[in-house]
Write a protein that binds this ligand. Structure first.
Ligand code: T46
Length: 130
């Protein structure tokens, strides 16, 4: 049984005249990260994702720009999240179908619970529903 996606509010230190720093400390993350990667320069008319993972859990952060993330659980529970703040993350549990659309300037940081394994992907929607 997977948990549901939820937003994480990271600590933010600073002020408008000097800028800010946000921190993902172990107490704020639902897993111990094994990998961090980021996607960028995604054209606005391209949607990415369209998969779920058997084991991988992630926290997505729009460190720049805006990302619209649509999630769906096997029980049909669908949600839409708008990530447009570098101090907000979205936890995506395992077995969660996702689709992302990006503003032209969006940089998506992904904090991941596992190392890369293509065998962990479910890229077929019908297989996901089973
Ligand atoms: C996700 C969303 C939020 C690698 O070779 N190593 C890696 O660590 C990763 C993440 C990807 N790749 C290769 C596999 C594909 O040929 O890069 C290509 C694009 O990866 P993917 O299909 O996963 O791309 P997205 O943008 O659909 O999804 C990405 C994450 O990979 C994915 O886990 O949940 O962002």
């Amino acid at each position: 049984m997977s948990s549901s996606p939820y937003l994480i509010h990271f600590k933010s230190i600073g002020k408008s005249d000097i800028g800010y720093i946000s921190i993902a400390e172990k107490e704020t993350l639902p897993f111990v990260p094994q990998r961090i990667y980021w996607t960028y320069y995604t054209p606005e008319d391209v949607k990415r994702g369209f998969h779920s993972h058997h084991q991988l859990e992630q926290v997505l952060v729009a460190v720049a720009g805006k990302i619209i993330v649509t999630t769906e659980m096997k029980n049909g529970d669908k949600q839409e999240f708008i990530l447009d703040s570098p101090k907000t993350g979205l936890f995506i549990p395992k077995n969660c179908w996702r689709m992302m659309q990006y503003s032209h300037n969006a940089v998506q940081m992904c904090i991941a619970s596992q190392t890369y394994d293509e065998a962990d992907y479910i890229r077929d929607y019908q297989e996901f529903l089973k």
